[in-house]
Write a protein that binds this ligand. Sequence first.
Ligand code: GDP
Length: 428
Amino acid sequence: MSQPGSCTVVVGCQWGDEGKGKIVDVLAENVDIVARYQGGANAGHTVHVGDAEFVLHQIPSGILHEGRRCLLGNGVVLDIHQFFEEYDALVARGIDIDGRVGVSSRAQLLMPYHRFLDKAVENSAEVKIGTTGRGIGPAYEDKAGRRGVRVADLGNTKRLHERIDAAKARVVQRLDELGWGSEDLDRAMDEALALGDRLLALSTEVGPEISASLRAGKSVLLEGAQGTALDLDHGTYPFVTSSNTTAGAAATGTGIGPTQVTDVIGVVKAYTTRVGEGPLPSAFEPEMDDHVRTLGGEFGATTGRPRRCGWFDSVLTRLASQVNGLTGVAVTKLDVLDTLHELQIATAYRLPDGSVTEHFPADTWALGKVEPVYETMPGWQAPTTEVRKLEDLPPRARAYLDRIEELTNASVRWVSVGTKRSQIIPVA
Ligand code: GDP
């Protein structure tokens, strides 16, 4: 059956923190539904509305637009306690969200024991992944191990407790082995389960709801968390998140078919950042790193950790374009580069054996040893934050965007020049 409505996926093209929250917020103006398709409370989208700042971890940033329906798909791992903290905080700030949030009955529940285990494992690991300690990895492990508990299970108390008790006993044993206490776990479990009925009341069939809306001619936006280089399969494994962040997961993570997606918009920052462990080939020298981190406010929204910063890496964004099948790109934080005298773009990598590749290597340890091949471009050294039309950007800024477009193999459709909703340049 034909589908009159449009379905756009918004996906991060680097290591997350590209400013997806801001782009989703801008695009949400013209959509009816926003749905998250993977991840959990490890994602932190920062959105500025007027003078107010909102940091959203689980509820899609579309919630800040009146009347939009916001869904959490089956692909997410949902931390009940944190979810309602966020929900109640939005209500307390005057956002009318009654009836606007729906949660897939197939979504996995992230239980307090997942958080305990995440911290204990990361703490004792020889090779650290740099997780946020929010329990995401262990929750996805339980999902794949078929030990998980889903929203629908909240409707059957006996079965719920049987499954939770078995999964929890396993975790407690592991915590013991790691010499990690589990004293507060029971209290945290009681707190989480006390919210079960409240969550069950929000449960819905996300796939059918989205499909019906598309048939009715409505517009849907599917929002990814983290970025392509953190994808479980296509990222810098094992320094990745525990889910597929890329556009293909938008269909499986919400319960629609891939043919229902009409557009895939990749969000790329005008430079590169990375939080957590693992290689960052185009990393700045320390002085420049500090400088750009301060200019761009590059500190994690979830953990406050400083992000490592580097030049724009087109080897990575080309991978992102290919894996996600991008139909367009939104470039964010162009304004952060306004004062720089000169810019570099990584166009290829020189491998330790001297050969040059334009492809992102699968061997993450080899990636840690590559030397980027840079192209130098002059900086525009003029403010862009007030610009609202492409033709009003300094010619050197336009040349930089043209080069990003060419090297990434996808057309630039939006340029963001500040944190505010209004600071966006649509590109025809
Ligand atoms: P996300 O997880 O991809 O949504 O990214 P984060 O929210 O972690 O990081 C993006 C940060 O950059 C937020 O604080 C945004 O307000 C900010 N931001 C987004 N777009 C722009 C932009 O164009 N310019 C500037 N200066 N900041 C931006």
